[in-house]
Design a binder for this molecule. Structure first.
Ligand code: KG4
Ligand code: ZN
Length: 356
């Protein structure tokens, strides 16, 4: 069994994990900094870096101890080197470079975005070996990304749609901020929405071709969430400001707002799945924890399409997905040198390493 140590520090979670052979998760330790950033209403990059610096050693130690392995058993260290917040990424990357050098093991740089897709397969690696799984359409929804990715049996991959402004998680976080609900907004909205009427207020479903606006070909599978946030602002003003919101108005507003975001995600995913004749649909990323999105996408997908839902524990940022994906590079002897650099934006990619 190949023991891989994964490290993740791209945003506001310091995470370390031990995964065997790309799927057996022996430990998955995540130290969240949410409470430190909550007072600022969002992630402060320098603060994130300082917190990673404090947490990285104890978190890694805990991951190794919980997995009950020795440092000498570790075959390689996989680390997120992008995309993400540069000061945050550099902490994990430098730690991993030092760990690799001092233990004389290979260093493997992992793309955080592709790792989110892989997270759906941590409990389902067998599906990757079955031809009937392909093509896979992955909906990646997080605080930084909203994208549809098509993955074919021959390893080729293509981002067929992406957000042209805010990410879905960002829309939920910003919406919650406008409603004074706290940070991060996604889980708070998820909870409050359960006691509201999702059809009480009409919020826009941008780029779905509704409201008499024909959809351009180039935006067919793209997303836009900035209009949703603006319409929430108008809605709040129209109803006299949030200070005058009764509980039922707040709950209905939150439920309707979440419903609009989820509806768009489902419409786009279903259209793309049909257009590309996808045999399976993956839902992954932090927003994939959303209960309405999990239920709606599953119930709206035609039964002949397999729904591959990421386990909740692997949806948010974690290092199990980094160690798991890292193993696929390890077994193909694809290592990075110790000068490995970090990058902040998602680079164009044309293949994924986990299809065999
Ligand atoms: O993947 P992730 O942990 O970090 C990024 O790579 O961005 O995703 C974080 C995002 C945040 O926007 C957060 O509000 C959202 O995931 N989120 C949720 C839920 N839990 C986390 N959104 C909706 N419903 C949830 N239950
Ligand atoms: Zn993420």
């Amino acid at each position: 069994m190949d023991v891989i140590l994964g490290i993740e520090t791209s945003c506001d979670e310091t995470a370390a994990s031990i995964v065997l052979n790309g799927h057996k998760v022996c430990s998955n330790v995540v130290a969240s900094q949410i409470s430190q950033h909550a007072v600022y209403g969002g992630v402060v990059p320098e603060l994130a870096a300082r917190e990673h610096l404090k947490a990285i050693t104890p978190v890694t130690k805990e991951a190794i101890e919980k997995a009950d392995v020795n440092v000498s058993d570790i075959k390689a260290i996989a680390v997120t080197n992008g995309p993400g917040l540069m000061p945050a990424l550099l902490v994990g990357l430098n730690f991993a470079r030092g760990f690799a050098a001092s233990n004389k093991i290979p260093l493997i740089g992992v793309n955080h975005f592709i790792a989110h897709i892989y997270s759906a397969f941590l409990n389902n690696t067998d599906l990757l070996k079955v031809p009937e799984t392909y093509p896979i359409l992955a909906l990646v929804v997080s605080g930084g990304h909203t994208a549809l990715v098509l993955i074919n049996k021959d390893n080729s991959a293509d981002i067929i749609g992406t957000t042209i402004d805010d990410a879905a998680g960002e829309a939920l976080d910003k919406g919650a901020k406008l409603l004074n609900l706290g940070y991060p907004g996604g889980p708070i909205i998820d909870k409050i929405a359960r006691s509201g009427d999702p059809n009480k207020y009409k919020f826009p479903r941008s780029l779905t071709g509704g409201a008499g606006k024909p959809l351009s070909k180039q935006n067919r599978f793209n997303f836009s969430f900035s209009g949703l946030k603006t319409s929430l602002l108008y809605h709040i003003e129209k109803l006299g400001g949030i200070d005058s919101f009764r509980d039922d108005i707040m709950h209905d507003t939150v439920a309707s707002y979440q419903n609009a975001a989820v509806d768009v995600l489902c419409i786009k995913t279903l259209n793309a799945a049909k257009y590309f004749n996808a045999k399976s649909v993956v839902l992954c990323g932090g927003v994939a924890q959303n209960s309405l999105l999990r239920d709606e996408l599953e119930s709206r997908l035609p039964k002949h399409i397999k729904f591959i839902l990421t386990a909740k524990e692997f949806c948010g940022d974690n290092a199990a997905m980094i160690a798991g994906l890292g193993w696929h590079y390890y077994k193909n002897d694809k290592f990075d040198d110790l000068g490995l650099d970090a990058y902040s934006r998602l680079p164009k990619f044309t293949t994924v390493p986990f299809v065999h």
